[in-house]
Ligand binder design. Structure first.
Ligand code: AHR
Length: 685
């Protein structure tokens, strides 16, 4: 009788579960399979979409050194409305090109003043799609200047002055100061002038005016304006809100400076780290390759001034606790563009750049390149452990060049781990390079996937069958689900793409023994100055927000765990035949992975329900560990796959947290439609 009751009860239960299509997950909490690398979830930084200049680099003046191809781009010569044609042809503001004296920064401005009054003659800078100005914040103005001897003769007590003025989008003055050049004892050498003033109002599209007064000839270069609320208050530093949003992800690594920018449109425009260190005035700018890259998003005013250079990248990595991962050019320009390659017999300087970079990062403060780092304020090493050779390079030419870099780097720095390219497509170029790189024992294989959301759902098992014995580990170096298609300007950072990435990332995490690093790409985009979409984080001149995709990345990286543990997933299909145990399945649109965290003594279970209806699930925790009676559950969910976050509504897709009770070692609950949930449960021995 008792048995019959039990039989009926079990059948009722089974029918109930079967009717609801319940799936069960079994997590073995005491059988760790492998460590999760500390680098597992990281970030990819490239100067695209005004990511650096006009973005994280807080300089407000565009074309501060007049070195853009059009030297006055971003600037306007300003005169009163009443000015005449003869004022216009007075040549009182000229661009001088001293190419022979200064090859790095040849252009400057010569202003000739003849008893000018404030408002007669000025220069206006438009900033990067305007300037983000904050009420009550102090702004630091600086300029390189000199006067010619002729100026002294003409002075007669009318020494030149510069009236500085911030104007709002509506044209109101929202901050002002005066800069008076020091003319005492001046010869023709350049000197730096500085002054500060406080803004009286907030505006995201302000402009900056300089009005000249007095008599004389004054040369000006490197006109700069910085907010003082930069990251860590560093003078001439980075935008604090943009670094903070990265720090909030607790990234395991930061890859820089790209991306295609490493390769350059051609070799002349390739990224050369040595040109990005030292005094900012000595860093020679180059056109940004994204300036013309995307036909319907041309950005003619996009240059790389390298105010954010390799020292600053390393410093940023250190600040946010991320391992630095620089990528160097391998002697090949972008194979989508010019396809230029350097002949093998001329590859020496490229290899030397890579070796010198290691010395710059790690060498003693008295080594040649280590000294440069120390002189910039960081005598201690940056602890560089890995570097990438080439970005999206492929073909036998890549392998030949990779081999030369590998030999030279390993000879001098045997412990340096190398990230090797897999080309650009996850099938074609990948298949060719995969076996070759493994034979070469490259430490990491950099895979890129810019595919539609379905591809991400279909590829959650991509790494299940990878060679466990291979020395080569996977770096999912760039990925983002494309709601339209790659390079389409219609792509959206919607929940459809983000949930597909979350499902895919459970596959990366389940295979953390072969996948050691992963990063979404690209990282930043300015809402008024982007070329590429989708992007992880969007900004305007004052604000920034994380996309739905950012929320997914952050949930993974801040709930990483230290070891993966087995998770078996059994869909109940309504019959009694035992099904083989598999690690995860997408038959029912459920995707899962699990880790434990040795430090916090927790099991962390991630489950994506990619179906448009709720699903009843059961989570069984097995193993000899006791578990707490409650679980923290963090859920990212939206019923609408088209939902997006925005500057005005940044939390449309944002995680919500609750605590649930656990009965015994089992959790039964309904997973909401289109949801990504993380369960965190304390473990006791
Ligand atoms: O992330 C944008 C671009 O996509 C990167 O620069 C390049 O590596 C990839 O093709």
């Amino acid at each position: 009788m008792k048995n019959l009751k039990l039989f009926i009860f079990c059948n009722v239960l089974f029918l109930k579960f079967a009717a609801q299509g319940q799936a069960s997950f079994t997590i073995q909490t005491d059988k760790p399979i492998a460590d999760v690398a500390s680098t597992m979830w990281g970030i990819f930084f490239e100067d695209i979409n005004l990511g650096a200049d006009g973005g994280i680099y807080a300089e407000l003046i565009k074309n501060r050194s007049f070195e853009f191809t059009k030297p006055l781009m971003g600037w306007k010569i300003t005169r009163p409305k009443t000015s005449t044609y003869s004022d216009f042809i007075a040549s009182d503001i000229l661009v001088v090109n001293q190419q022979e004296q200064n090859k790095i920064n040849p252009h400057f401005i010569r202003v000739t003043l003849k008893n000018h009054k404030k408002g007669d003659l000025g220069l206006q800078n438009e900033g990067f799609r305007g300037m983000g100005i904050k009420k009550d914040l102090r702004y630091d103005f600086s300029v390189l200047y000199r006067t010619s001897p002729a100026s002294f003769k003409n002075l007669r007590g009318l020494e030149p002055k510069m009236h500085l003025e911030l104007v709002s989008e509506k044209g109101e003055t929202i901050g002002s100061g005066v800069f008076e050049p020091n003319l005492v004892g001046l010869d023709l050498t350049w000197q730096k002038g500085e002054t500060s003033f406080v803004a009286t109002a907030t505006d995201s599209k302000a402009k900056f005016n300089i009005w000249f007064e007095g008599t004389g000839v004054i040369d000006l270069d490197f006109i700069s304006l910085f907010p003082t609320d930069t990251w860590k208050g560093r003078k001439g530093g980075l935008r604090a809100d943009m670094i903070q949003i990265l720090a909030d992800m607790k990234p395991g690594f930061i890859r820089f400076p790209g991306g295609c920018i490493v390769e350059g449109f051609n070799l002349a425009q390739r990224y050369q780290w040595k040109n990005t260190i030292g005094k900012v005035e000595d860093r020679q700018l180059v056109i940004n390759r994204w300036n013309t890259e995307i036909a319907n998003r041309q950005t003619p005013d996009y240059y790389q001034t390298f105010g954010l250079g390799f020292f600053e990248y390393f410093q940023m990595a250190e600040d946010i606790g991320a391992a630095p991962l620089p990528i160097v050019n391998c002697g090949m320009a972008c194979q989508f563009n010019t396809c230029e390659i350097v002949p093998i017999e001329q590859i020496g300087p490229y290899v030397q750049d890579a070796l010198d970079l290691i010395e710059f990062a790690n060498g003693s403060a008295i080594s040649k390149w280590g000294k440069k780092r120390a002189d910039m304020g960081h005598p201690l090493p940056f602890n560089l452990k890995m570097m990438g050779i080439g970005n999206e390079n492929w073909g036998p030419q890549y392998l030949e060049r990779l081999g030369i870099f590998q030999k030279a780097i390993k000879a001098k720095y045997p412990d340096m781990k190398l990230v090797c390219s897999s080309g650009v497509f996850p099938d074609e170029s990948f298949n060719f390079l995969d076996s070759a790189v493994r034979k070469m024992k490259g430490e990491f294989f950099d895979e890129h996937y810019y595919q539609n959301p379905q591809w991400f759902l279909d590829n959650t098992h991509r790494y299940d069958s990878y060679d466990r014995k291979s020395a080569t580990k996977v770096f999912a170096g760039e990925y983002a689900a494309q709601s339209d298609h790659v390079v389409s300007t219609e792509n959206k950072n919607n929940w459809r793409t983000a949930i597909a990435e979350a499902a895919f990332m459970t596959g990366l995490e389940r295979n953390a023994d072969v996948v050691n690093m992963a990063s979404y790409a690209p990282l930043f985009a300015h809402v008024d100055g982007w070329q590429w979409t989708p992007n992880l984080i969007w900004v305007d001149n004052l604000r920034s927000f994380g996309s739905a995709n950012y929320q997914v990345q952050k949930m993974f990286s801040t709930n990483k765990g230290t070891q993966i543990v087995p998770i078996n997933h059994e869909p109940l299909l309504g019959n009694c035949i035992p099904k083989p145990k598999v690690q995860s399945s997408n038959l029912d649109s459920l995707y899962a992975s699990s880790t434990i965290d040795k430090n916090s003594s927790e099991v962390i279970i991630k489950i994506v329900n990619a179906l448009g209806k709720s699903q009843a699930i059961e989570i069984n925790l097995v193993g000899n560990k006791q578990i707490s009676s409650t679980a923290r559950v963090i859920v990212l969910q939206n019923d609408n796959l088209e939902a997006v976050n925005s500057l005005d509504n940044p939390m449309v897709v944002a995680p919500k947290e609750q605590t649930i009770e656990i009965k015994g070692k089992k959790i039964s609950l309904n997973l909401a439609a289109y949801s990504f949930s993380i369960f965190k449960i304390k473990l006791n021995e």
